[in-house]
Write a protein that binds this ligand. Structure first.
Ligand SMILES: Nc1ncnc2c1ncn2[C@@H]1O[C@H](COP(=O)(O)OP(=O)(O)OP(=O)(O)O)[C@@H](O)[C@H]1O
Ligand SMILES: [Mg+2]
Length: 229
């Protein structure tokens, strides 16, 4: 087993263009299995950029990233796709649920993408949906769910494949305070129960303060604000 779920070394990200923009500079990060980390920073500071690099949705200009022991720069495109589908769960500000599928089908989607879910997989996902209060909503389409219910479905979907790491980019940014608190509490509970590591990007200082560990991006640098234990 890998010692770190995420190990990033000397990361640099420069966006090209007429005036190249260096968004991340000499970023080093190690995330332990099961750790719950919040990342804060001003708008435009590079939070989404960092998550996209860790999630292999984009490549760094320099430096290396390993996820669950696998160096991203050494994987083929097929291997990267497999890593994204099996070891990483993603939650975004907008849930990206598919309109034509039910709550249960949406939560199972990463398993369908991988093949056919086993009865055990389906039972596990149904159990997670019940735990997040959606047991009575399994056959509802997203447009018949509240914003908070949609986002809770997205949290379960991120956990469907039993990943090592969940990357969440402003998952509560689109919700009112009450629903946002619910979704956050749910992520914390899932983190404690399953041992899946979370990296949560948030503008909400209260939520960041309730994470185990807090990082801030400032002038392209990643600063450790607080780490429990
Ligand atoms: N594909 C791109 N090409 C060029 N510049 C980009 C690209 N993506 C992001 N940027 C720039 O990089 C900087 C960091 O963007 P990023 O999306 O990571 O910020 P953020 O911290 O997530 O902000 P927010 O809190 O508003 O979501 C911004 O100045 C943005 O304009
Ligand atoms: Mg962002």
């Amino acid at each position: 087993m890998a010692d770190w779920v995420v190990e990033a070394r000397d990361l640099q990200k420069v966006y090209g263009g007429v005036e190249p923009l260096e968004v991340l500079h000499d970023v080093n990060l190690q995330v332990a299995p099961g750790e719950f980390t919040a990342v804060v920073g001003q708008s435009g500071s590079g939070k989404s950029t960092l998550l996209n690099l860790i999630g292999a949705l984009d490549r760094p200009t320099a430096g290396t990233i390993a996820v669950d022991g696998a160096r991203l720069d050494q994987l083929t495109d097929d291997e990267l796709a497999a890593l994204r589908n099996t070891r990483i769960g993603f939650i975004f500000q907008y849930h990206h649920l598919l309109d034509d599928f039910t709550c249960l089908e949406n939560a199972l989607m990463p398993l369908y993408i991988r093949g056919t879910p086993t009865p055990a997989d389906e039972a596990r996902v149904r159990g997670l949906l019940a735990r997040v209060g959606l047991g009575g909503r399994l056959d509802h389409r997203p447009n018949a769910l509240s914003g908070g219910e949609q986002q809770r479905t997205a949290v379960v979907r991120a956990l469907a494949v039993q990943p090592k790491l969940v990357l969440a980019d402003e998952p509560t940014g689109n919700l009112d305070t009450h629903s946002g608190n619910d979704v956050f509490a749910l992520m914390r509970e899932m983190n404690r129960a399953s041992g899946v590591a979370f990296i949560l990007v948030t503008h909400d200082e209260r939520l960041a303060a309730a994470a185990e560990r807090e990082l801030r991006i400032e002038d392209g640098h990643l600063v450790e604000v607080r780490r429990a234990g």
